[in-house]
Design a protein around this ligand. Structure first.
Ligand code: SF4
Length: 226
């Protein structure tokens, strides 16, 4: 698919479904204009301040979702995501290259320990073989023993927009039933603009790339990846 300037774009599955099944031509035009706006913003910000681009987009998404929750008071009561629930953290998570850089920096700065062996197993799995991994090996390397995210403030856009309206177990898609999700079009546009503006892919691969590229440069004494 292409944007208004003919550049190829990478849309989230939810945005693709909205465009395909639910929006009329006027609404589709609006989606592409918003996408164009965010892609231009991403590229401009990346030129000016590449270290801030991932965080800027994460904050934009949070603000948008907070606004929606504020506007639709009954919505937040319907969202089943709660602190400690981590069923969605056992799926393949898509991130951008800039988010991988941010996560690697957070690992270094906070001295977070991650299971690199698990990451290697996840890199080797594809969408068909993911559910053949042992339960623990499917868990995100940032999940702590209490089921909390160790990088919550810096978690990827993909994690921020995952808002289930259904029973938590359905987020760990081992069976064929999928949870009903709250889909906010603007949040999907923000995520799609990010993945269209830079390389994106499974978290395990991009994160391992980042860790390995820094290891080959050589860690500074105070910034060791554990
Ligand atoms: S980054 Fe955090 S929220 Fe996202 S999958 Fe990993 S543990 Fe879960």
């Amino acid at each position: 698919m292409s944007d208004l300037d003919g550049n190829s774009i990478c849309l989230s599955r939810s945005l693709e479904a909205l465009l395909r099944d639910h929006l009329d031509d006027t609404q589709k035009d609006l989606v592409f204009k918003r996408l164009d706006h965010h892609i231009k913003k991403y590229k401009a910000l990346k030129e000016r301040n590449p270290k801030r681009v991932a965080e800027y987009f994460q904050i934009s998404m949070d603000q948008r979702l907070d606004q929606q929750m504020e506007k639709q008071k009954d919505l937040s009561a319907k969202i089943s995501c709660k602190a400690g629930c981590h069923e969605c953290c056992k799926q393949v998570v898509t991130i951008t290259r800039d988010e991988a850089v941010l996560l690697r920096e957070v690992i270094e700065d906070l001295g977070i320990q991650i299971d690199v062996n698990r990451l290697l197993k996840q890199v080797d799995a594809n969408s068909r073989t993911w559910y053949q991994l042992e339960g623990k090996d499917r868990e995100c390397v940032f999940l702590d023993e209490g089921g909390q995210c160790k990088v919550y403030n810096w978690r990827p856009l993909y994690c921020r927009k995952h808002l289930s309206l259904d029973e938590p177990a359905l987020c760990n898609k081992e069976d064929s039933r999928h949870p009903r999700m709250y889909i906010d079009p603007e949040a999907e546009i923000i995520a799609s603009a990010a993945t269209s503006s830079t390389e994106s892919g499974p978290m395990a691969r991009l994160l391992l790339d980042e860790i390995e590229s820094q290891a080959s440069i050589g860690p500074s004494p105070e910034k060791t990846i554990r």
